[in-house]
Design a protein around this ligand. Structure first.
Ligand code: HCA
Ligand code: CU
Length: 382
């Protein structure tokens, strides 16, 4: 069964301007736990003592999900992470040629030594800790380096190797540049060495392909996929939690495995505290995700919702709705009258036409018409 790692509290908090207070983080973590996320990456405790406090609180909150800390590949940082009582530790160190040369100024052997030293240390501290090693910027690193680093990490005690598309470079249609290829090759090469870690993918959205790449990785047999609420993260962010779950739910047997009904409240909470608005046309959770507008659509929907919906809004705890405006037809007015409990007025065809004319006039201002408020005023004026 595919596992989900949510990184709203770590990668998501790397969105410029975003800050979540510890109590907000706990609330977000509780929602993620209700939904059925497997791992919650709660922060990098070495960044700030308040982050360490939040990670500790979440780790001690008795949630079902594994609670994880993110850490540079340094013993002093790993110590801070383990002090938070986490059950998951993610350490990262790039083995790309550029990074080894211009940044760390070390050779591959020295990088491997560091990886082994840090992971051995973490494993010695805790037998049951889930340890992930990420060769950051995996997909732009020489495959040979990635295989060496991953093998060394697993032999030192890592359970998971994450393939990070740190810069959103992969694309499903170019074989050697696809995450599908990376998952397959890495699994095969490690299996040749009799190493069988879980494989995770971390897809950034710089090219708008994060979700496509995550699904490509699923097809290749990845074990874990990283996400965040609203895809929050550095630059263009990562895979969006809701978008991934509605797609995976179609592919797995138990359609109710994830409790998607909590998504909307979680998104509203994260949007409120991150000050990042939810796009109205965001799949599954946006205001318009199940709102029907043009006359032809609304008339068809009144007969059978499947005609313009391939997703069932009920699994998300949402009801489909209609919008009123320039594109509306008479059916929309009749449905809006029903919505406000005045369906008897729909008998008066002359009145319905007059209301529609009025709606189209108001629509020219270019903002939505609220059925439960402004529509009532329109009726009163007709
Ligand atoms: C970062 C980079 C990272 C790390 C992912 C990981 C990436 O912000 O530190 O450690 O698995 O995209 O490579 O998010
Ligand atoms: Cu990232």
């Amino acid at each position: 069964m595919i596992k989900i790692l949510d990184s709203t509290l770590r990668e998501g908090e790397q969105t410029p301007g975003v800050y979540f207070a510890p109590e907000t983080k706990l609330k977000i973590a509780e929602f993620l736990d209700h939904i059925g996320v497997d791992i919650i990456e709660a922060g990098n405790p070495a960044v700030d003592s308040e982050i360490a406090l939040a990670v500790t609180r979440i780790a001690n909150a008795g949630l079902k999900a594994k609670i994880g800390a993110h850490s540079l590949c340094r013993i002093e940082d790993v110590k801070k992470a383990l002090d938070c009582n986490v059950s998951f530790l993610g350490v990262f160190l790039s083995v790309s040629s550029q990074r080894l040369q211009c940044d760390y100024n070390i050779c591959l052997e020295a990088a491997l030594d560091k990886i082994v030293e840090v992971i051995t240390y973490a494993r010695e501290q805790n037998d049951s800790l889930l340890i992930r090693y990420t060769p950051e910027d995996t997909v732009r690193s020489p495959m040979k380096n990635v295989i060496e680093a991953a093998s060394a990490a697993v032999q030192a005690g890592a359970n998971i190797i994450s393939i990070a598309d740190t810069t959103g470079y992969t694309t499903p249609f170019q074989q050697k540049r696809s995450i599908y290829y990376f998952v397959k090759i890495l699994k095969e090469e490690l299996a040749k060495r009799e190493l069988y870690p879980q494989i995770e993918v971390h897809c950034h959205n710089d090219r708008g392909l994060a979700l496509a790449n995550a699904l490509d990785a699923y097809r290749a047999g990845t074990d874990i996929i990283d996400v965040s609420v609203m895809g929050l993260g550095e630059r263009a962010g990562i895979v969006d939690l809701a978008e991934l779950l509605i797609n995976l739910a179609d592919l797995i047997e138990d359609k109710n495995f994830w409790k998607l009904g909590y998504l909307k409240d979680l998104y509203n909470l994260v949007s409120e505290y991150s000050h990042v608005p939810i796009s109205p046309h965001h799949p599954a959770v946006g205001k318009n995700a199940f709102t029907h507008y043009a006359g032809v659509h609304v008339t068809a929907m009144a007969k059978d919702e499947h005609l313009y919906q391939s997703l069932n809004p009920e699994i998300l705890g949402i009801k489909s709705s209609i919008a009123l405006g320039m594109q509306s037809g008479l059916t929309a007015v009749e449905l809006a009258l029903k919505q406000i409990g005045r369906e008897e007025l729909a008998e008066n065809k002359y009145l319905v036409a007059k209301i529609l004319k009025q709606i189209k006039e108001i629509a020219k201002r270019g903002t939505p018409i609220d059925i439960d408020k402004e529509f009532i005023e329109i009726i009163d004026n007709c």
